[in-house]
Design a protein around this ligand. Structure first.
Ligand code: SF4
Ligand code: SF4
Length: 469
Protein backbone atom coordinates (compact mmCIF):
# COMPACT_ATOMS: atom_id res chain seq x y z
CA UNK A 1 0.00 0.00 0.00
CA UNK A 2 1.43 3.44 -0.86
CA UNK A 3 2.38 5.79 1.98
CA UNK A 4 -0.26 8.20 3.21
CA UNK A 5 0.11 11.67 1.78
CA UNK A 6 1.89 13.78 4.36
CA UNK A 7 3.66 17.11 4.02
CA UNK A 8 6.66 17.64 6.30
CA UNK A 9 6.61 21.04 8.00
CA UNK A 10 8.54 23.03 10.56
CA UNK A 11 7.82 26.39 12.22
CA UNK A 12 9.22 29.32 10.22
CA UNK A 13 8.92 32.61 12.15
CA UNK A 14 8.36 35.90 10.31
CA UNK A 15 11.33 38.07 9.35
CA UNK A 16 9.46 41.32 9.93
CA UNK A 17 7.72 42.67 13.05
CA UNK A 18 4.28 41.08 13.34
CA UNK A 19 1.30 43.23 12.38
CA UNK A 20 -1.35 42.30 14.92
CA UNK A 21 -4.86 43.62 15.34
CA UNK A 22 -4.94 44.94 18.90
CA UNK A 23 -2.48 46.55 21.29
CA UNK A 24 -2.70 47.68 24.90
CA UNK A 25 -2.42 51.33 25.87
CA UNK A 26 -0.96 51.60 29.35
CA UNK A 27 -1.42 55.03 31.05
CA UNK A 28 1.29 54.56 33.63
CA UNK A 29 0.69 57.81 35.53
CA UNK A 30 -1.18 57.20 38.74
CA UNK A 31 -0.21 53.51 38.82
CA UNK A 32 -0.69 52.11 42.33
CA UNK A 33 2.02 49.48 41.79
CA UNK A 34 -0.31 46.73 43.00
CA UNK A 35 1.47 43.66 44.26
CA UNK A 36 -0.89 41.45 42.22
CA UNK A 37 -0.85 43.60 39.05
CA UNK A 38 -3.27 42.36 36.39
CA UNK A 39 -0.48 42.49 33.82
CA UNK A 40 1.14 39.47 35.46
CA UNK A 41 -2.11 37.56 35.06
CA UNK A 42 -2.33 37.86 31.26
CA UNK A 43 -2.81 34.23 30.22
CA UNK A 44 -1.04 34.97 26.94
CA UNK A 45 1.90 36.57 28.77
CA UNK A 46 1.72 39.57 26.46
CA UNK A 47 3.22 42.14 28.85
CA UNK A 48 6.40 40.11 29.35
CA UNK A 49 6.60 39.48 25.60
CA UNK A 50 6.19 43.19 24.95
CA UNK A 51 9.10 44.04 27.26
CA UNK A 52 11.41 41.60 25.51
CA UNK A 53 10.11 42.83 22.14
CA UNK A 54 10.97 46.42 23.04
CA UNK A 55 14.46 45.41 24.18
CA UNK A 56 15.19 43.84 20.76
CA UNK A 57 13.44 46.54 18.73
CA UNK A 58 15.16 47.50 15.49
CA UNK A 59 12.42 49.56 13.87
CA UNK A 60 11.05 52.44 15.88
CA UNK A 61 7.63 52.46 14.20
CA UNK A 62 6.96 48.76 14.86
CA UNK A 63 4.66 48.92 17.90
CA UNK A 64 3.76 45.67 19.68
CA UNK A 65 0.21 44.76 18.64
CA UNK A 66 -0.15 41.17 19.82
CA UNK A 67 -2.90 41.41 22.43
CA UNK A 68 -5.61 38.76 22.09
CA UNK A 69 -8.33 41.16 23.17
CA UNK A 70 -9.70 39.18 26.11
CA UNK A 71 -10.21 42.43 28.10
CA UNK A 72 -9.18 40.70 31.32
CA UNK A 73 -6.46 43.22 32.25
CA UNK A 74 -8.55 46.18 31.08
CA UNK A 75 -11.51 45.24 33.26
CA UNK A 76 -9.52 44.29 36.34
CA UNK A 77 -6.95 47.08 36.65
CA UNK A 78 -7.91 48.77 39.98
CA UNK A 79 -7.07 52.23 38.63
CA UNK A 80 -8.55 51.72 35.15
CA UNK A 81 -5.23 52.62 33.52
CA UNK A 82 -5.34 50.07 30.69
CA UNK A 83 -7.16 50.32 27.36
CA UNK A 84 -7.10 48.40 24.09
CA UNK A 85 -6.42 50.05 20.78
CA UNK A 86 -6.93 48.82 17.21
CA UNK A 87 -3.86 48.81 14.99
CA UNK A 88 -4.39 51.18 12.02
CA UNK A 89 -1.67 49.36 10.05
CA UNK A 90 -3.58 46.08 10.44
CA UNK A 91 -6.77 47.68 9.18
CA UNK A 92 -5.01 48.86 6.03
CA UNK A 93 -3.81 45.35 5.08
CA UNK A 94 -5.06 43.91 1.80
CA UNK A 95 -8.29 45.15 0.28
CA UNK A 96 -12.02 44.54 0.51
CA UNK A 97 -11.69 40.93 -0.71
CA UNK A 98 -8.29 40.00 0.75
CA UNK A 99 -9.23 41.28 4.18
CA UNK A 100 -6.85 41.84 7.11
CA UNK A 101 -8.31 38.69 8.73
CA UNK A 102 -7.47 36.59 5.66
CA UNK A 103 -3.94 37.98 5.54
CA UNK A 104 -3.39 37.48 9.27
CA UNK A 105 -4.65 33.90 9.25
CA UNK A 106 -2.51 33.11 6.19
CA UNK A 107 0.58 34.44 7.99
CA UNK A 108 -0.21 32.30 11.03
CA UNK A 109 -0.60 29.15 8.93
CA UNK A 110 2.59 29.88 6.98
CA UNK A 111 4.45 30.22 10.28
CA UNK A 112 3.12 27.21 12.14
CA UNK A 113 1.46 24.92 9.50
CA UNK A 114 -1.39 24.60 11.97
CA UNK A 115 -5.12 24.89 11.38
CA UNK A 116 -6.28 28.34 12.56
CA UNK A 117 -8.51 28.22 15.63
CA UNK A 118 -10.56 31.28 16.49
CA UNK A 119 -11.57 30.00 19.93
CA UNK A 120 -14.68 30.89 21.95
CA UNK A 121 -16.89 30.50 18.90
CA UNK A 122 -17.12 32.49 15.71
CA UNK A 123 -18.27 36.06 16.36
CA UNK A 124 -18.30 37.32 12.81
CA UNK A 125 -21.02 37.69 10.25
CA UNK A 126 -22.82 34.58 9.13
CA UNK A 127 -23.24 35.44 5.50
CA UNK A 128 -21.74 37.76 2.95
CA UNK A 129 -20.64 37.93 -0.63
CA UNK A 130 -18.73 35.35 -2.65
CA UNK A 131 -17.81 32.18 -0.78
CA UNK A 132 -19.41 33.63 2.36
CA UNK A 133 -22.87 33.08 0.90
CA UNK A 134 -22.39 29.33 1.13
CA UNK A 135 -21.99 26.94 4.03
CA UNK A 136 -20.85 23.35 4.22
CA UNK A 137 -23.02 20.78 5.96
CA UNK A 138 -20.94 19.46 8.87
CA UNK A 139 -23.64 17.22 10.28
CA UNK A 140 -21.42 14.15 10.01
CA UNK A 141 -18.94 15.52 12.54
CA UNK A 142 -19.12 12.37 14.63
CA UNK A 143 -17.25 9.11 14.69
CA UNK A 144 -16.26 7.33 12.47
CA UNK A 145 -15.49 10.27 10.19
CA UNK A 146 -13.36 11.87 12.91
CA UNK A 147 -11.07 8.88 12.49
CA UNK A 148 -9.95 10.30 9.16
CA UNK A 149 -9.00 13.59 10.78
CA UNK A 150 -6.90 11.85 13.38
CA UNK A 151 -5.24 9.59 10.82
CA UNK A 152 -6.84 6.30 11.87
CA UNK A 153 -8.71 6.14 8.59
CA UNK A 154 -7.54 7.49 5.25
CA UNK A 155 -9.34 10.43 3.64
CA UNK A 156 -8.04 10.73 0.11
CA UNK A 157 -7.38 14.16 -1.37
CA UNK A 158 -5.86 12.81 -4.61
CA UNK A 159 -7.27 13.90 -7.96
CA UNK A 160 -6.75 12.85 -11.58
CA UNK A 161 -6.28 15.52 -14.22
CA UNK A 162 -7.11 14.69 -17.83
CA UNK A 163 -9.85 13.40 -20.09
CA UNK A 164 -11.68 10.26 -19.07
CA UNK A 165 -13.46 8.15 -21.67
CA UNK A 166 -17.24 7.91 -21.32
CA UNK A 167 -17.15 4.21 -22.29
CA UNK A 168 -14.43 1.61 -22.38
CA UNK A 169 -14.09 -0.67 -25.43
CA UNK A 170 -11.97 -3.76 -25.02
CA UNK A 171 -9.94 -5.57 -27.59
CA UNK A 172 -8.47 -8.92 -26.50
CA UNK A 173 -8.83 -7.92 -22.85
CA UNK A 174 -7.20 -4.51 -23.21
CA UNK A 175 -8.82 -1.10 -23.70
CA UNK A 176 -9.04 -0.56 -27.48
CA UNK A 177 -6.86 2.35 -28.57
CA UNK A 178 -5.33 2.64 -25.08
CA UNK A 179 -6.41 5.06 -22.39
CA UNK A 180 -5.93 8.83 -22.48
CA UNK A 181 -3.11 10.16 -20.26
CA UNK A 182 -3.94 11.20 -16.71
CA UNK A 183 -1.91 13.21 -14.21
CA UNK A 184 -2.50 12.34 -10.59
CA UNK A 185 -1.61 14.73 -7.80
CA UNK A 186 -2.10 14.12 -4.07
CA UNK A 187 -4.04 17.29 -3.38
CA UNK A 188 -6.68 19.18 -5.42
CA UNK A 189 -4.46 22.21 -5.82
CA UNK A 190 -2.23 23.66 -8.51
CA UNK A 191 0.04 26.67 -8.07
CA UNK A 192 -0.90 29.21 -10.71
CA UNK A 193 1.21 32.03 -12.11
CA UNK A 194 1.22 35.13 -9.95
CA UNK A 195 -0.80 38.01 -11.41
CA UNK A 196 1.39 40.18 -13.67
CA UNK A 197 1.81 43.01 -11.17
CA UNK A 198 3.21 40.66 -8.52
CA UNK A 199 5.59 38.52 -10.57
CA UNK A 200 8.72 38.76 -8.48
CA UNK A 201 11.60 37.06 -10.27
CA UNK A 202 13.15 35.50 -7.18
CA UNK A 203 10.01 33.50 -6.37
CA UNK A 204 10.10 30.97 -9.22
CA UNK A 205 13.06 28.98 -7.83
CA UNK A 206 11.16 28.82 -4.53
CA UNK A 207 7.85 27.82 -6.12
CA UNK A 208 9.37 24.95 -8.13
CA UNK A 209 10.80 23.40 -4.92
CA UNK A 210 7.48 23.86 -3.09
CA UNK A 211 5.65 22.08 -5.92
CA UNK A 212 8.09 19.17 -5.80
CA UNK A 213 7.99 18.90 -1.99
CA UNK A 214 4.22 18.93 -1.77
CA UNK A 215 3.62 16.82 -4.90
CA UNK A 216 1.46 19.43 -6.63
CA UNK A 217 2.17 21.17 -9.94
CA UNK A 218 3.22 24.79 -10.51
CA UNK A 219 2.33 26.60 -13.74
CA UNK A 220 5.12 28.84 -15.06
CA UNK A 221 4.70 31.27 -17.95
CA UNK A 222 7.01 30.34 -20.83
CA UNK A 223 8.21 33.97 -20.80
CA UNK A 224 9.45 33.54 -17.22
CA UNK A 225 10.82 30.02 -17.69
CA UNK A 226 14.48 31.10 -17.62
CA UNK A 227 13.95 32.78 -14.23
CA UNK A 228 13.11 29.45 -12.56
CA UNK A 229 16.79 28.33 -12.47
CA UNK A 230 19.22 26.10 -14.35
CA UNK A 231 18.31 22.87 -12.59
CA UNK A 232 14.78 22.45 -13.92
CA UNK A 233 15.18 18.89 -15.21
CA UNK A 234 14.61 17.31 -11.80
CA UNK A 235 11.50 19.46 -11.22
CA UNK A 236 9.78 18.95 -14.59
CA UNK A 237 7.15 16.41 -13.34
CA UNK A 238 5.93 19.11 -10.95
CA UNK A 239 6.00 21.97 -13.44
CA UNK A 240 3.63 22.94 -16.24
CA UNK A 241 4.59 25.51 -18.85
CA UNK A 242 2.00 28.09 -19.92
CA UNK A 243 1.99 28.99 -23.61
CA UNK A 244 0.12 32.11 -24.64
CA UNK A 245 -0.91 32.76 -28.23
CA UNK A 246 2.51 34.10 -29.22
CA UNK A 247 4.68 31.52 -27.40
CA UNK A 248 6.62 29.07 -29.61
CA UNK A 249 6.41 25.34 -28.95
CA UNK A 250 8.86 24.31 -26.21
CA UNK A 251 11.70 21.89 -26.96
CA UNK A 252 11.21 18.12 -26.97
CA UNK A 253 13.34 17.60 -23.80
CA UNK A 254 11.10 19.95 -21.87
CA UNK A 255 7.81 18.49 -23.07
CA UNK A 256 8.83 14.89 -22.56
CA UNK A 257 9.77 15.61 -18.94
CA UNK A 258 6.52 17.39 -18.06
CA UNK A 259 3.10 15.87 -17.37
CA UNK A 260 0.93 18.95 -17.86
CA UNK A 261 1.05 21.96 -20.16
CA UNK A 262 -1.38 24.88 -20.37
CA UNK A 263 -2.33 26.86 -23.47
CA UNK A 264 -4.34 30.03 -23.92
CA UNK A 265 -7.90 30.10 -25.22
CA UNK A 266 -6.97 31.87 -28.47
CA UNK A 267 -8.92 30.07 -31.19
CA UNK A 268 -5.98 27.82 -32.13
CA UNK A 269 -6.35 25.38 -29.27
CA UNK A 270 -7.01 22.32 -31.44
CA UNK A 271 -3.92 22.86 -33.59
CA UNK A 272 -1.74 23.53 -30.55
CA UNK A 273 -2.97 20.43 -28.73
CA UNK A 274 -2.19 18.34 -31.82
CA UNK A 275 1.34 19.78 -32.06
CA UNK A 276 2.03 19.21 -28.37
CA UNK A 277 0.69 15.64 -28.50
CA UNK A 278 2.88 14.90 -31.51
CA UNK A 279 5.92 15.66 -29.40
CA UNK A 280 4.67 13.97 -26.23
CA UNK A 281 1.47 11.87 -26.57
CA UNK A 282 1.53 11.27 -22.81
CA UNK A 283 1.23 14.93 -21.87
CA UNK A 284 -2.08 16.40 -20.63
CA UNK A 285 -3.03 19.79 -22.10
CA UNK A 286 -5.16 22.29 -20.20
CA UNK A 287 -6.91 25.20 -21.92
CA UNK A 288 -6.95 28.40 -19.86
CA UNK A 289 -10.34 30.09 -20.21
CA UNK A 290 -10.61 33.59 -18.77
CA UNK A 291 -13.99 34.04 -17.09
CA UNK A 292 -15.13 37.19 -18.86
CA UNK A 293 -18.66 37.83 -20.13
CA UNK A 294 -18.43 34.96 -22.65
CA UNK A 295 -16.30 32.67 -20.47
CA UNK A 296 -19.03 30.23 -19.44
CA UNK A 297 -20.23 29.69 -23.02
CA UNK A 298 -16.67 29.24 -24.31
CA UNK A 299 -15.90 26.74 -21.55
CA UNK A 300 -19.02 24.68 -22.29
CA UNK A 301 -18.25 24.76 -26.01
CA UNK A 302 -14.65 23.65 -25.40
CA UNK A 303 -15.83 20.75 -23.25
CA UNK A 304 -17.79 19.41 -26.23
CA UNK A 305 -14.60 19.15 -28.29
CA UNK A 306 -12.95 15.73 -28.04
CA UNK A 307 -9.43 17.24 -28.07
CA UNK A 308 -10.05 19.12 -24.80
CA UNK A 309 -8.89 17.32 -21.67
CA UNK A 310 -8.75 20.00 -18.99
CA UNK A 311 -10.32 23.44 -18.69
CA UNK A 312 -8.76 26.00 -16.38
CA UNK A 313 -11.45 28.57 -15.53
CA UNK A 314 -9.82 31.75 -14.27
CA UNK A 315 -11.57 34.73 -12.69
CA UNK A 316 -9.80 37.90 -11.53
CA UNK A 317 -7.78 38.09 -8.30
CA UNK A 318 -10.94 38.66 -6.27
CA UNK A 319 -12.85 35.80 -7.91
CA UNK A 320 -14.96 38.12 -10.05
CA UNK A 321 -15.98 37.87 -13.67
CA UNK A 322 -13.34 39.73 -15.68
CA UNK A 323 -14.19 43.17 -17.09
CA UNK A 324 -17.81 43.30 -15.87
CA UNK A 325 -19.42 46.10 -13.85
CA UNK A 326 -21.76 43.71 -12.06
CA UNK A 327 -19.61 40.60 -12.10
CA UNK A 328 -20.63 37.07 -11.27
CA UNK A 329 -18.51 35.26 -8.71
CA UNK A 330 -16.23 32.34 -9.60
CA UNK A 331 -18.20 29.79 -7.56
CA UNK A 332 -21.39 30.66 -9.44
CA UNK A 333 -19.66 30.63 -12.83
CA UNK A 334 -18.05 27.25 -12.17
CA UNK A 335 -21.41 25.91 -10.98
CA UNK A 336 -23.00 27.04 -14.27
CA UNK A 337 -20.32 25.30 -16.33
CA UNK A 338 -20.53 22.18 -14.17
CA UNK A 339 -24.33 22.01 -14.39
CA UNK A 340 -24.30 22.51 -18.17
CA UNK A 341 -21.83 19.66 -18.55
CA UNK A 342 -23.86 17.42 -16.23
CA UNK A 343 -26.99 18.12 -18.30
CA UNK A 344 -25.22 17.27 -21.53
CA UNK A 345 -23.66 14.13 -20.08
CA UNK A 346 -20.10 15.40 -20.55
CA UNK A 347 -19.10 16.27 -17.01
CA UNK A 348 -17.06 13.16 -16.25
CA UNK A 349 -15.05 13.46 -19.43
CA UNK A 350 -13.24 16.73 -18.74
CA UNK A 351 -11.38 18.04 -15.72
CA UNK A 352 -12.29 21.50 -14.42
CA UNK A 353 -9.67 23.54 -12.58
CA UNK A 354 -10.88 26.84 -11.08
CA UNK A 355 -8.79 29.81 -10.00
CA UNK A 356 -9.19 33.39 -8.85
CA UNK A 357 -10.38 34.42 -5.40
CA UNK A 358 -9.30 31.21 -3.62
CA UNK A 359 -8.03 32.86 -0.45
CA UNK A 360 -8.72 30.33 2.31
CA UNK A 361 -8.72 26.55 2.66
CA UNK A 362 -12.51 26.60 2.98
CA UNK A 363 -12.72 28.25 -0.45
CA UNK A 364 -10.96 25.21 -1.91
CA UNK A 365 -13.62 22.88 -0.46
CA UNK A 366 -16.47 25.20 -1.48
CA UNK A 367 -15.18 25.58 -5.02
CA UNK A 368 -14.99 21.81 -5.39
CA UNK A 369 -18.53 21.49 -4.01
CA UNK A 370 -19.60 23.91 -6.76
CA UNK A 371 -18.23 21.61 -9.43
CA UNK A 372 -14.47 22.10 -9.84
CA UNK A 373 -12.22 19.04 -9.69
CA UNK A 374 -9.42 21.11 -8.23
CA UNK A 375 -8.42 24.72 -7.61
CA UNK A 376 -5.49 26.90 -8.54
CA UNK A 377 -3.97 29.40 -6.12
CA UNK A 378 -1.33 32.12 -6.31
CA UNK A 379 -1.73 35.12 -3.98
CA UNK A 380 -2.01 33.06 -0.75
CA UNK A 381 1.54 31.80 -1.39
CA UNK A 382 2.78 35.37 -1.79
CA UNK A 383 0.98 36.39 1.41
CA UNK A 384 2.70 33.46 3.13
CA UNK A 385 5.96 35.41 2.63
CA UNK A 386 4.54 38.31 4.68
CA UNK A 387 3.27 40.22 1.65
CA UNK A 388 0.56 42.72 2.65
CA UNK A 389 -0.89 43.05 -0.89
CA UNK A 390 0.04 46.73 -0.81
CA UNK A 391 0.78 46.52 -4.58
CA UNK A 392 3.81 48.80 -4.26
CA UNK A 393 5.76 46.32 -6.42
CA UNK A 394 3.14 46.77 -9.11
CA UNK A 395 3.93 50.48 -9.14
CA UNK A 396 7.69 49.86 -9.27
CA UNK A 397 8.27 50.88 -5.64
CA UNK A 398 10.33 49.00 -3.08
CA UNK A 399 8.60 46.14 -1.27
CA UNK A 400 7.91 46.87 2.43
CA UNK A 401 7.90 43.12 3.11
CA UNK A 402 11.38 42.79 1.54
CA UNK A 403 10.23 39.84 -0.57
CA UNK A 404 13.17 40.40 -2.91
CA UNK A 405 15.52 39.46 -0.06
CA UNK A 406 14.01 36.16 1.10
CA UNK A 407 16.19 33.08 1.21
CA UNK A 408 15.11 29.77 -0.32
CA UNK A 409 14.71 27.96 3.01
CA UNK A 410 12.39 30.61 4.42
CA UNK A 411 10.32 30.86 1.22
CA UNK A 412 9.97 27.11 0.71
CA UNK A 413 9.21 26.55 4.40
CA UNK A 414 6.48 29.20 4.64
CA UNK A 415 4.74 28.17 1.40
CA UNK A 416 4.95 24.47 2.30
CA UNK A 417 3.51 25.17 5.75
CA UNK A 418 0.56 26.99 4.21
CA UNK A 419 -0.20 24.16 1.78
CA UNK A 420 0.04 21.61 4.61
CA UNK A 421 -2.37 23.65 6.76
CA UNK A 422 -4.82 23.85 3.85
CA UNK A 423 -4.55 20.09 3.30
CA UNK A 424 -5.34 19.45 6.96
CA UNK A 425 -8.34 21.77 6.77
CA UNK A 426 -9.63 20.05 3.65
CA UNK A 427 -9.48 16.73 5.50
CA UNK A 428 -11.22 18.35 8.46
CA UNK A 429 -14.07 19.67 6.29
CA UNK A 430 -14.43 16.42 4.35
CA UNK A 431 -14.41 14.38 7.56
CA UNK A 432 -17.13 16.58 9.01
CA UNK A 433 -19.17 16.13 5.83
CA UNK A 434 -18.71 12.36 5.89
CA UNK A 435 -16.86 12.30 2.57
CA UNK A 436 -13.74 10.18 2.35
CA UNK A 437 -12.58 11.05 -1.17
CA UNK A 438 -12.18 14.50 -2.64
CA UNK A 439 -13.28 13.16 -6.03
CA UNK A 440 -16.69 12.55 -4.46
CA UNK A 441 -16.82 16.08 -3.07
CA UNK A 442 -17.02 17.48 -6.60
CA UNK A 443 -20.45 18.99 -7.27
CA UNK A 444 -21.86 17.42 -4.10
CA UNK A 445 -24.17 20.38 -3.44
CA UNK A 446 -26.35 18.18 -1.23
CA UNK A 447 -23.62 18.84 1.34
CA UNK A 448 -23.82 22.62 0.91
CA UNK A 449 -26.29 25.35 1.74
CA UNK A 450 -26.60 28.50 -0.34
CA UNK A 451 -27.79 31.80 1.10
CA UNK A 452 -29.88 32.62 -1.99
CA UNK A 453 -31.75 29.29 -1.77
CA UNK A 454 -32.38 29.59 1.95
CA UNK A 455 -33.53 33.18 1.65
CA UNK A 456 -35.90 32.29 -1.17
CA UNK A 457 -37.31 29.29 0.71
CA UNK A 458 -37.74 31.27 3.94
CA UNK A 459 -38.83 34.73 2.83
CA UNK A 460 -39.67 34.30 -0.86
CA UNK A 461 -43.30 33.37 -0.17
CA UNK A 462 -43.77 36.40 2.04
CA UNK A 463 -41.82 39.10 0.25
CA UNK A 464 -41.23 37.72 -3.25
CA UNK A 465 -37.89 36.94 -4.87
CA UNK A 466 -34.88 39.18 -4.40
CA UNK A 467 -34.15 41.30 -7.44
CA UNK A 468 -30.69 40.84 -8.88
CA UNK A 469 -29.20 44.21 -9.70
S1 SF4 B 1 -6.49 42.12 27.04
FE1 SF4 B 1 -6.08 39.98 27.61
S2 SF4 B 1 -4.58 39.27 26.09
FE2 SF4 B 1 -4.59 41.48 25.98
S3 SF4 B 1 -2.93 42.06 27.34
FE3 SF4 B 1 -4.83 42.15 28.57
S4 SF4 B 1 -4.96 40.15 29.55
FE4 SF4 B 1 -3.43 39.96 27.88
S1 SF4 C 1 4.28 43.54 0.16
FE1 SF4 C 1 3.54 44.96 -1.40
S2 SF4 C 1 5.36 45.41 -2.64
FE2 SF4 C 1 5.83 43.54 -1.46
S3 SF4 C 1 5.25 41.84 -2.82
FE3 SF4 C 1 3.49 42.28 -1.53
S4 SF4 C 1 2.27 43.68 -2.77
FE4 SF4 C 1 4.31 43.68 -3.66
Amino acid sequence: MPDKYHIKTQPIPPRRPRIGKIGVVDWREDCANCHNCVKKACVFDRYREEMSYIRGLREMDAVFFQCMGCFSCVQQCTKGLLALSANPVYERLGNTYWTPQIIETTWAQAESAKIPVSGAGYRGRFSGLGFDSMWTDMSEIVRPTRDGIHGREYISTAVDIGRKPALLHFDAGNPAGGLPPLVDIPMPMIIDMLPRGYRLPNLLPVIKIVAAQTGVIAIIDSKDWQLAGNDLDQYLPNLAIYLDASAPLPGRELLTGMRLVEISDDGNAERRVRELKQINPGIVVAVRVEMDSGGIERAVEYARQPFVEVLHLVADDNGNEIGEKNPRFIKDMVRSVHNSLVESGLRNEVTLMAGGGIALAEHMAKQILCGADLVTINLPLLIALECTLCRDCNDGQSCPALIGEIDIKYGVGRMTNLIAAWHDQLIEVMGAMGIREVRRLRGEVGRALFFEDLEEATFGKLFGSRKNN
